[in-house]
Design a protein around this ligand. Structure first.
Ligand code: MV4
Length: 454
């Protein structure tokens, strides 16, 4: 297998560092790109070369395809790793890389497109025999069409934007009288957010769990799964905690969902690592929700439980490496807490600024992926995640104990963080029981700021 000589990392923050580290281990040279706001970032310092691609605003830097391609040309990189966010699921960018003769480390533009449009994705899944939520085939023509289908499906129903994802342009409708209003606002929001106001309808699954399956496919037609992550701990469609294995799955359901995810991947000849997201109801029915055609923030949880470097796998697949095709099952338990520079006591309001002191948790079974350090200023322009704490232990109970310990020894001064939220969560009887769903955080009691914890 011939590896890339030089990879340009089209991203910032912890994921840029994460990719850089694996490239180093593989003997691949690295190019960092950065905005003027990220001049002091570690990814810039650690990379073999670094190119400034624009001002602080991401639209003018990390999302600026022309500037990134210019950096590719200047440095003669032979591949681009997009990380997550920014251009990671941008089919046009994948195509542009192709035109420039550099490998986009990820799926082809066609694969990205086929999953980017939710209706197309759903149709593909139906054909592949992957279970989907009952609903309209295709877009709704008008309100009348929607009302008629809703009657057949049965309330509550949910309106979703075909260009959507992450909750934008989504409305739950509990009764027919509300339909018109929800329809109008869903269309308006979808049009404004995506420039596409196409809406479809589904049965609303109440209090589901969000369980996703990690898959990997190579250029030789093999697709395997690497088991699940439970991402039910979310707030306003932002994941806060992820874990593997899911406390809800048994071996039988894990195998069924794994098979379904492989079918999903094979149906589009998937190349690269990807994630098939499912909603799982209380009766253990599971339904395809969407597929992410990128490496995700929470990939680390899977890395810990199967002892595998997913970034390395991405690079090998992009180089044409042939996989065994075997599936991977967890041998350990892992939990990830996302530490954001946000004030959990003030509605998770962002808290950018200078970090005065920083002491990371360490010790057996504790992994911290972060780009920050004492003296680093968190810019206000990008997302607020500053660290991921991933703990790994033999059992879920031990893993929670380890996470408690790890969070308690974290010191971050100068900005507000979500550490206290996680400290409280790790002591919550419902979280500890493992019996929670995507509504759990809506009713979670954070307690008083500065309260003593046992
Ligand atoms: C749903 C659903 C219930 N029923 N679809 C939220 C984000 C978007 N990707 C899809 N989402 C949902 N789709 C049906 N038919 C509930 C959600 C949902 C949700 C899903 C996963 C994790 C957290 C969530 C929070 C609220 C709603």
């Amino acid at each position: 297998m011939k590896l890339f000589k030089k990879v340009l990392i089209a991203n910032r923050g912890e994921i840029a560092l994460r990719i850089l580290r694996t490239c180093r281990e593989m003997g691949i040279k690295t190019v960092a790109v950065y905005s003027t706001a990220d001049r002091e970032s570690l990814h810039v310092r650690f990379a073999d070369e670094a190119v400034c691609i624009g001002p602080a605003s991401s639209a003018l830097s990390y999302l600026n395809m022309q500037h990134i391609m210019a950096a590719v040309e200047i440095t003669d990189a032979d591949a681009v790793h997009p990380g997550y966010g920014f251009l990671a699921e941008n089919a046009e960018f994948a195509e542009l890389c192709n035109e420039y003769g550099v490998k986009f480390i990820g799926p082809t533009a066609d694969m990205i497109r086929s999953m980017g449009d939710k209706i197309t994705a759903k149709e593909t899944m139906i054909k592949a025999g992957v279970p989907v939520v009952p609903g309209s085939d295709g877009l709704l023509k008008d309100v009348k069409h929607g009302l008629k289908l809703a009657e057949g499906i049965g309330y509550p129903v949910i309106l979703k934007a075909t260009a959507g994802g992450g909750g934008k342009g989504m409305r739950i409708v509990w009764k027919p009288e509300e339909f018109q209003k929800s329809w109008d606002s869903a269309r308006q929001e979808a049009g404004a957010s995506f420039g596409n106001d196409g809406i479809y309808i589904e049965k609303f699954i109440e209090e589901p769990r969000h369980i996703e399956i990690q898959i990997a496919g190579d250029q030789h037609g093999h697709v395997c799964h690497l088991s699940e992550r439970d991402c039910s701990i979310q707030r306003r469609h932002q994941k806060l905690v992820e874990e593997a294995p899911s406390p809800f799955l048994d071996d039988e359901l894990r195998k069924k969902m794994g098979d379904a995810a492989i079918k999903a991947g094979k149906s589009i000849n998937y190349e690269g690592v990807g994630t098939v997201e499912f909603l799982v109801d209380k009766h253990r029915n599971f339904y395809f929700m969407e597929m992410n055609t990128r490496i995700q923030v929470e990939h680390t949880v899977t890395e810990e439980v199967i002892d595998y470097d997913l970034i390395k796998e991405q690079i090998k697949i992009a180089c044409g490496f042939e996989m065994s095709g075997l599936n991977y099952y967890p041998t350990m338990h892992a939990i990830e807490c996302r530490i954001n520079a946000e004030d959990p006591y003030r509605d998770f309001r962002p808290s950018p600024g200078k970090i005065i002191s920083f002491h990371s948790s360490k010790g057996h079974g504790v992994r911290v992926d972060t780009h920050v350090y004492a003296g680093y200023s968190i810019p206000p322009y990008y997302d607020s995640m500053i660290a991921k704490v991933i703990c790994r232990a033999q059992t879920r109970e031990e893993c929670i104990a380890k996470m408690k310990r790890a969070l308690d020894e974290f010191i971050i001064e100068g900005v507000k963080t979500t550490v206290p939220f996680h400290q409280k969560l790790m002591r919550d009887p419902v979280f500890i029981s493992g019996d929670f769903n995507t509504s759990f955080i809506d009713n979670f009691d954070l307690g008083e700021e500065g309260e003593e914890l046992d």
